[in-house]
Write a protein that binds this ligand. Structure first.
Ligand code: ZN
Length: 77
């Protein structure tokens, strides 16, 4: 799970697509059997890493970008 370091919400985000992205931008979230977040974009499913999150994910609550951390890392700090 990813946590927003600004507002502390978890896994609540939208993706930013580059203007030249050609797909339909259909996007959904789920969790796999290891309880990792999975993103599906236009039929392609993957487990995002922190680098991906900090490049493409916008917090749904506070609108911040580049503010994600792994929940486990964050709780230890
Ligand atoms: Zn936030």
């Amino acid at each position: 799970m990813f946590v927003c370091k600004n507002c502390k919400s978890k896994d609540k985000f939208e993706l930013m697509f580059s203007p030249d992205y050609k797909g339909s931008k259909s996007f959904s979230l789920g969790y796999n059997s290891k309880n990792e977040i999975e993103i599906t974009v236009d039929g392609y499913t993957f487990v995002p890493d922190l680098m991906f999150m900090n490049q493409f994910a916008v917090c749904k609550y506070c609108g911040q970008i580049y503010m994600w951390d792994y929940e486990n890392n964050y709780l230890k700090k």
